[in-house]
Design a protein around this ligand. Structure first.
Ligand code: PXL
Length: 266
């Protein structure tokens, strides 16, 4: 019998088009060599044309799911994506406080690329105050870093400053992603260490739905597999880059990245 890979838990919303959210995360986890388990924080009504409606999960149902999943066995990393509202945020914070799980990645999902709010205002406040300090790595894109800190974040110096503010707010490590800047720049800042900057060519593609979820979930997997954080960032970046480069159009509008590139059954 083969040895079981590490288990990675994703706590995120359901995107029925599977470009983002938990169904996409499960694809990312499988492709990054781990076993995925999931708890749904919110339903969304959406297609490749955009998000129409969101309904947060009953917080008690979410908590029961999380507690039940812990009975299965060891969880080696946790990825947190869309949360919906403040009740869900505080339930997840309570779960993290009592479970002491390792490698907790928080992707502060505020808004869909089509402009829909995916976390209400109270939820954003709760995330900042009670959830962020309980996590190991925060992965905001430049817009999310700006919303979290109130600073303008559009270049490398501003990314560095935002990361420092996020450390002061309780983040041990921050990856600010700037994939859509002219030159794709990601900045890794670990409290007390020198900042590392990762530069890559910007990839021009219409199919970028789900890049944030894929990056943060792949990062969780690489940490679960034992990679040090800087190496895990590079491997997660490489995974997302390949998934964008190998993407194809699905329906109309911005398509998803190709999470399962390299697997062909046609
Ligand atoms: O890409 C952010 C995101 C995360 N999670 C879910 C989403 C979206 C964007 O649409 O639907 C469930």
């Amino acid at each position: 019998m083969p040895e079981a890979p590490p288990t990675v838990l994703t706590i995120a919303g359901f995107d029925p088009s599977s470009g983002a959210g938990i169904t996409a995360d499960i694809k990312t986890i499988a492709m990054n060599g781990c076993y995925g388990i999931a708890a749904i924080t919110a339903m969304t009504v959406q297609s490749t044309l955009g998000v129409r409606r969101t309904v947060p999960t009953d917080p008690k149902l979410l908590r029961d799911t999380l507690d039940e999943l812990l009975r299965v066995g060891k969880v080696s990393a946790v990825h947190i994506g869309m949360l919906g509202n403040a009740d869900v945020v505080s339930e997840v914070a309570g779960f993290l406080e009592s479970s002491h799980l390792p490698n907790v990645i928080l992707d502060p999902v505020f808004r869909s690329s089509s402009g829909a709010e995916l976390l209400d205002q109270n939820g954003r406040e709760f995330l900042r105050r009670s959830l962020l300090p309980l996590t190991d790595v925060l992965t905001p894109n430049v817009d999310e870093a700006a919303r979290l800190t109130g600073l303008e974040v559009g270049n490398t110096e501003q990314m560095k400053l935002a990361a420092q503010h996020l450390h002061e707010m309780g983040s041990r490590a921050v990856v600010v992603t700037g994939g859509h800047l002219n030159r794709a720049v990601d900045l890794l800042s670990i409290r007390g260490e020198d900042v590392r900057i990762f530069r890559a060519d910007h990839v021009d593609s219409a199919n970028t739905h789900g890049t944030g979820c894929a990056f943060s979930t792949a990062l969780a997997c690489q940490l679960a597999l034992g990679q040090p954080l800087p190496v895990a960032v590079l491997l997660a970046k490489a995974y997302v880059l390949m998934a964008i480069k190998n993407s194809y159009a699905v329906g109309h509008g911005p398509g998803p990245i190709n999470h399962t590139y390299g697997i062909s059954n046609r």
